[in-house]
Design a protein around this ligand. Structure first.
Ligand SMILES: Nc1ncnc2c1ncn2[C@@H]1O[C@H](COP(=O)(O)OP(=O)(O)O)[C@@H](O)[C@H]1O
Ligand SMILES: [Mg+2]
Length: 242
């Protein structure tokens, strides 16, 4: 099976304050593929994610999205096809529904469609009952569900997840890992999943890149990188299906 490359970076380098934050010769993400980027704190994972998501301009190198070279003039247009979820939900002082709707309105989705999609994703993430609640008065897990619903509702061609589960307690994290695994399995959204916790990787990643000191030092399938680890789960892991 040949997978179409959706995102490809070449000779990508970021220098901040005269320090090289990362230096990556090639990074590719295929259509429908979930790639986990793992590594210790300070490795440069977030910086690389921000650069690939076109939120940070690299010092050198190129990023192609769907075959199109990203440049200053088309950055906004390309970014509209992406969604990013950070560790902190960054919700606005509005209702849960309002938070999901605003993202859609900014992208020019008409009101009835936005409403329908927002309701659908609140339902899907099990937070429909919270729709009229203030988004600033939620538990950490609920807030991250709103954040994820907001991202999925945008219908992105590529999803960037930067440690979305790291701030959550164990049961909350476990439930979300399984649910997001199911959603990615069904929607086949191309995803870059950044985490420092390799035990999260097998839930839904097809392959792994290990980053240390700003470099990708290892790259391979989940079993190749993590060995024969098993997790409790309800859905088959991607590499077992392949
Ligand atoms: N805006 C910045 N200015 C200077 N250094 C930065 C900046 N952002 C990140 N860094 C440095 O880049 C390195 C990688 O950071 P980061 O990408 O956040 O790593 P990770 O997400 O893997 O923890 C760290 O040493 C950090 O201090
Ligand atoms: Mg980080």
């Amino acid at each position: 099976m040949t997978v179409q490359t959706l995102l490809e970076a070449r000779d990508l380098r970021l220098v901040l304050d005269k320090r090289e934050v990362f230096n990556v010769a090639r990074f590719a993400l295929g259509a429908g593929e979930v790639v986990a980027l793992v590594g210790p704190n300070g490795a440069g994972k977030t910086s690389l994610l921000l650069t690939l998501a076109l939120l940070q301009r690299p010092s050198d190198g190129s990023v192609h999205f769907n075959g199109i070279l990203s440049r200053r003039e088309n950055t906004l247009e390309l970014r509209r096809q992406m969604a990013v979820v950070f560790q902190e939900p960054l919700l606005m002082d509005d209702t849960v529904l309002g938070n999901v709707l605003t993202g859609l309105r900014i992208r020019g989705v008409t009101a009835p469609t936005a409403r329908q999609r927002a309701e659908e994703w609140l339902e899907r993430l099990g937070i429909a009952r919270l729709r009229d609640r203030s988004a600033l008065k939620l538990s950490g897990g609920e807030a991250q569900r709103v954040n994820l619903a907001r991202a999925f509702a945008l219908g992105p061609r590529i999803l960037f997840l930067d440690e979305p589960f790291s701030a959550l307690d164990y049961p909350t994290r476990q439930a979300l890992l399984e649910e997001i695994g199911l959603i990615l399995h069904e929607t086949k959204i191309s995803t870059l999943f950044v985490t420092h916790d390799y035990t999260e990787v097998p839930y839904f990643s097809h392959s792994v890149r290990v980053m240390v000191g700003g470099r990708i030092i290892k790259s391979g399938s989940v079993p190749e990188i993590l060995g024969d680890i098993t997790i409790p789960r309800r859905i088959p892991t991607p590499w077992e299906e392949a």
